[in-house]
Design a protein around this ligand. Structure first.
Ligand SMILES: CC(C)(COP(=O)(O)OP(=O)(O)OC[C@H]1O[C@@H](n2cnc3c(N)ncnc32)[C@H](O)[C@@H]1OP(=O)(O)O)[C@@H](O)C(=O)NCCC(=O)NCCS
Length: 164
């Protein structure tokens, strides 16, 4: 699955093309660098490798025109449920529509695989991410108390119903 060119919502990254493709083990060096600056509880290389080898995982990267990894997304697809596990965009490339693009493509891909419900957990203080998910129609359905032990923050559980 790949896509070139323009962003959603009228946002333009640059005139460069951005491709969405499957994540590979050889991407992990660049992914881990983005992961470390994005999360207090960053995933390890081992966790990415386990996720990549899990048959029910769906893993994409956004690749810029120079070949650099600009961001990535990981989902599990279990029966009709898509579970968002991880999503991050390189700090230099944020707020340009890239997360919107990769989340949109991943949800479309999973819907073709018969996903009808999507779930995710997000830090209650992560307002950028919460706005992104609300834009897609995710709704707050629950709270996990002190889910993020590193920062002692609650997780909001969000759900998107795509069933007809
Ligand atoms: C959250 C994150 C993935 C968003 O990526 P992004 O590429 O910057 O997002 P987009 O440019 O596609 O913007 C999508 C929406 O997010 C929200 N958003 C993005 N940046 C924002 C900011 N700085 N302030 C407020 N809202 C913001 C907006 O609702 C925006 O849509 P809009 O401009 O149409 O209102 C990115 O900030 C990131 O990697 N953060 C660190 C990792 C993380 O928190 N991941 C999510 C874990 S649950």
């Amino acid at each position: 699955m790949s896509k070139h060119g323009s962003m959603n919502e009228g946002k333009l990254v640059t005139s460069q093309s951005v491709t969405i493709r499957d994540m590979k083990e050889s991407d992990l060096e660049e992914i881990l660098a983005i992961e470390k600056v994005s999360f207090a509880d960053a995933w390890s290389r081992k966790l990415f490798k386990e996720t990549l080898s899990f048959p029910h995982s769906v893993n994409f990267v956004l690749q810029g025109a120079t070949g650099a990894v600009l961001g990535y997304i990981n989902f599990y697809l279990i029966a009709e449920e898509g579970h968002l596990l991880n999503l991050a965009i390189h700090p230099d490339w944020r707020n340009k529509g890239l997360a919107t693009q990769v989340l949109n493509d991943a949800i479309d891909f999973l819907k073709q695989k018969h996903a009808a419900h999507f779930f995710l957990e997000v830090r209650e203080g992560n307002l950028e991410a919460i706005r992104l998910y609300r834009k897609f129609g995710f709704e707050h359905i629950g709270r996990r108390k002190r889910y993020y032990v590193e920062t002692n923050e609650d997780a909001l559980v969000m759900h998107l119903d795509c069933g007809s």
